[in-house]
Design a protein around this ligand. Structure first.
Ligand code: NAP
Ligand code: FE
Length: 369
């Protein structure tokens, strides 16, 4: 077996992560663009103030681009890149959930590469501005991944950019910023983190080291998901566990990539407005049942056991409790979603490759729940 590992992000984890380690940012430049969400959560959770204070203490000047919507579009990141150029930005600081972090990565590319949208997704670039990532949700792990996922209206779907050039140089992971996340966003993002560990564990591209990290992420997320499914809002220790598991799961997919639930979930988000993590949660039970049925691979049950689930049925019940009612989709819509998502490359990253018919069955089963 041969494999390699690239994980260059300098991680600072724990309460006060920025305040205790801000000097690291000095090496990145003198002018920063902070990229954050449009809803103002970065102000309310204190992360924006901490970052601005740290930049001031480093004598780094900054501008703020606070226009990032959930599932950010190519148009938004182009506006962010224009702001970065205008301010002669030397590095980008992404602050928020996966949406601002992913937008920051694409802005870091477009700030110094004059390329078309097609060239952006085809990775016709070799460099990006350096990046700092401050996650304020516990879900995507984007602070350590080489992916930026954008809404690309030209293909009526979300699409991923993959390049080592967009892996953040520094990540400040402070669980305190996640303390007041509303319950539904906490659950959706926790399911996203879990799906990263699960899909990574069952990926063709998994390796012994990603497996080791995936098992730990499954163990921690599985415990937390059960608590969330029972309606328990996480306390301080739970919040820390959730964001730790999210970063671990990000490290997993940074090496393995994702597979079927992510590929199939994007149309549910794009057309039906289902939050990203919840879309994965709706699809995961049928995806697991399919993978078990078609492969008989013991890794499926191993993954569930690592997570503390005794059976597929138990897992399905927890996902139903967490993800709530499924969206109504007509036969015509389902056929369209399958046609769109069947173009995704990561479908072949699952230990069994699904046919178009398999995908249709997984979607039908998932939407019956
Ligand atoms: P998000 O879209 O970044 O944020 C969802 C909501 O949570 C927003 O309304 C946001 O408000 C709010 N929020 C963020 N932090 C908060 C806090 N601390 N307290 C209260 N509210 C808070 O959600 P996400 O699930 O983190 O990210 C999803 C995106 O990441 C999707 O586009 C998905 O495809 C992508 N993703 C990326 C990777 C990767 O490797 N790059 C992996 C998986 C998923 P504001 O408007 O104020 O920000
Ligand atoms: Fe995800």
């Amino acid at each position: 077996m041969t494999w390699n590992w690239l994980s260059p992000t300098r991680l600072f984890f724990g309460n006060g992560a920025i305040a205790g380690n801000y000097e690291e940012m000095k090496a990145l430049g003198k002018r920063a663009l902070i990229v954050t969400g449009k809803g103002g959560s970065a102000v309310r959770n204190g992360s924006l103030q901490d970052l601005c204070q740290a930049l001031s203490d480093c004598n780094i000047s900054w501008e703020i681009f606070r226009e990032v919507e959930a599932n950010p579009s190519v148009e938004t990141v182009r506006r962010g890149a224009a702001a970065a150029r205008e301010a002669q930005t030397e590095f980008i600081a992404g602050l928020g959930g996966g949406s601002p972090l992913d937008a920051a990565k694409a802005i870091a590319v477009l700030a110094i590469n004059d390329i078309t949208d097609e060239e952006l997704f085809a990775v016709r670039f070799t460099a990006a501005l350096p990046m700092v990532a401050v996650p304020t949700t516990a879900g995507t792990g984007s602070e350590v991944t080489p992916y930026s996922i954008l809404t690309y209206h030209a293909i009526e779907n979300k699409k991923s950019i993959f390049s080592p050039a967009i892996i953040p140089a520094i990540a400040y992971i402070d669980p305190a910023y996640t303390r007041d996340i509303p319950f539904n966003i906490t659950a959706d993002t926790a399911v996203d983190a879990y799906s990263h560990a699960l899909e990574g564990y069952l990926a063709v591209k998994s390796n012994p080291m990603s497996d080791l990290i995936a098992r730990e992420a499954l163990r921690i997320s599985g415990t937390e998901l059960k608590l969330l499914a029972s309606g328990t809002n996480p306390g301080t220790a739970g919040r820390e566990a959730l964001i730790y598991a999210s970063t671990l799961a990000g490290l997993v997919i940074s090496q393995t990539g994702t597979s079927i639930p992510h590929a199939m979930g994007y149309p549910l988000t794009h057309f039906k407005g289902v939050p990203h993590g919840r879309a994965n949660g709706i699809l995961m039970p049928a995806y697991l049942a399919f993978t078990l049925r078609k492969s008989g691979n013991p890794r499926v049950m191993e993954a569930l056991q690592c997570s503390g689930f005794g059976s597929l049925q138990e897992f399905q019940k927890i996902m139903r409790d967490l993800c709530g009612p499924v969206p109504q989709c007509s036969d015509h819509e389902q056929a369209r979603f399958i046609e769109i998502c069947s173009k995704a490359k990561n479908l072949s990253n699952n230990i069994v490759r699904p046919s178009q018919q398999d995908l249709a069955l997984i979607l039908r089963e998932s939407l019956q729940a």
